[in-house]
Design a protein around this ligand. Structure first.
Ligand SMILES: NC(=O)c1ccc[n+]([C@@H]2O[C@H](COP(=O)([O-])OP(=O)(O)OC[C@H]3O[C@@H](n4cnc5c(N)ncnc54)[C@H](OP(=O)(O)O)[C@@H]3O)[C@@H](O)[C@H]2O)c1
Length: 319
């Protein structure tokens, strides 16, 4: 198998974790890094042994040696940088949230489709064995009919006007940053609800910092979702059925432990993990480009679009 040479746009906090994951993936090589700051690109490239560092994104996307680009900038830049990659025929893996809204997402998916170039949202949890394990147990009726789920993700963050989390200009807000995880898991496990209720607490600048969302389904299933920058939440996913419960334990969005409780007791159903968790999305991207696929069957464009439409809907309800 040939080596896949990766380029990175935006060597910030998450890019470090991504590269730690990349180092554990066979045939993956960090080749180049681009930042608006040459010093940031140079230091990052040096730390991880990348061959090239640039202070312009255009130099990265026009380098013919680069096979695929990972975008790890703040949310507001994803749309324009995905288009930049696609315009230069570069396969592209973009951090979550894919874009700021479904109109932007529609545009980038259309361009990728027209040009037949690989594009994927790096929603890392979706690629982990934890999510497929839970889905398999639900589908095999291991806890009977699902009646309720509670999925949350929240931690107290001191307010800072400079932080991307609280910045309207950088696409901040709890829903786009962390609330998208509970929403994605609910949609992935249970499909679309018939009713969505939502409340948001916002800063004076209109950035949401605490989101409470309730999905109701036709079969009486209720799903409670919560995301917060103002409260330390359990960060668990608890799925209750008529014959038991599945619990993805604290920091459920990371490689987490999972237990299943039924009439016979508590069972550990944690899958075997490898790497730091980011390796799974990287493996999937490499698998797709090696097989000339333009999208992933694990995280197809249709699912990213479904997720983004629900994020739009929640913002509209709370506007
Ligand atoms: N999958 C996950 O587990 C996970 C976890 C955390 C974050 N994320 C996602 O990853 C992305 C980056 O998050 P992060 O925490 O890594 O961000 P970060 O470290 O604050 O910044 C990442 C890059 O964004 C650009 N940037 C940051 N602040 C900027 C500003 N004020 N003005 C202009 N550009 C700015 C810079 O790119 P340049 O170096 O090119 O200037 C920076 O290197 C976000 O989309 C976030 O949702 C994903």
């Amino acid at each position: 198998m040939t080596v896949v040479r990766w380029g990175i746009i935006g060597p910030g906090k998450i890019a470090h974790k991504f590269v730690e994951g990349l180092r554990t993936v066979p045939n993956a090589q960090l080749y180049a890094v681009a930042s608006s700051s040459f010093e940031r690109a140079r230091v990052f490239a040096h730390e991880y042994g990348a061959s090239c560092s640039y202070d312009s994104y255009i130099e990265l996307v026009t380098n013919p040696k680069i096979d695929i680009i990972y975008i790890a900038t703040t949310n507001n830049f994803h749309y324009e940088q995905i288009l930049l990659c696609l315009q230069h025929n570069k396969p592209c893996v973009c951090e979550k949230p894919f874009t700021l809204n479904s109109n932007q997402l529609q545009d980038v998916i259309q361009v990728a489709h027209n040009k037949q170039i690989f594009l994927i949202e790096a929603l890392w949890t979706m690629f982990m064995p934890s999510v497929s394990t839970v889905k398999q147990h639900i589908q095999s009726n291991a806890i009977g009919t699902i009646t309720h789920a509670h999925i949350d993700f929240g931690f107290e963050v001191p307010y800072s006007a400079e932080s991307r989390l609280f910045s309207p200009q950088l696409g901040g807000g709890a829903l786009l940053d962390i609330g998208l995880y509970p929403v994605f898991l609910a949609l992935h496990l249970f499909g679309e609800p018939h009713t969505v209720k939502a409340q948001m607490h916002k800063t004076e600048l209109g950035v949401d910092v605490h989101d409470i969302i309730d999905f109701e389904y036709v079969n009486n299933l209720t799903v409670h979702l919560e995301a917060s920058f103002t409260h330390n939440l359990p960060c668990e996913a608890i799925i209750t059925g008529t014959q038991g419960e599945i619990r993805m334990h604290r920091m459920w969005h990371c490689p987490c432990t999972i237990s299943l409780t039924n009439s016979q007791g508590i069972h550990d159903i944690t899958p075997v993990y490898s790497g730091n968790g980011y390796n799974y999305e990287i493996q999937e991207a490499q698998h797709c480009i090696a097989n000339n696929l333009t999208q992933s069957s694990i995280m197809p464009h249709s699912f990213s679009m479904l997720l983004m439409r629900y994020l739009d809907k929640i913002y509209t309800i709370c506007s």
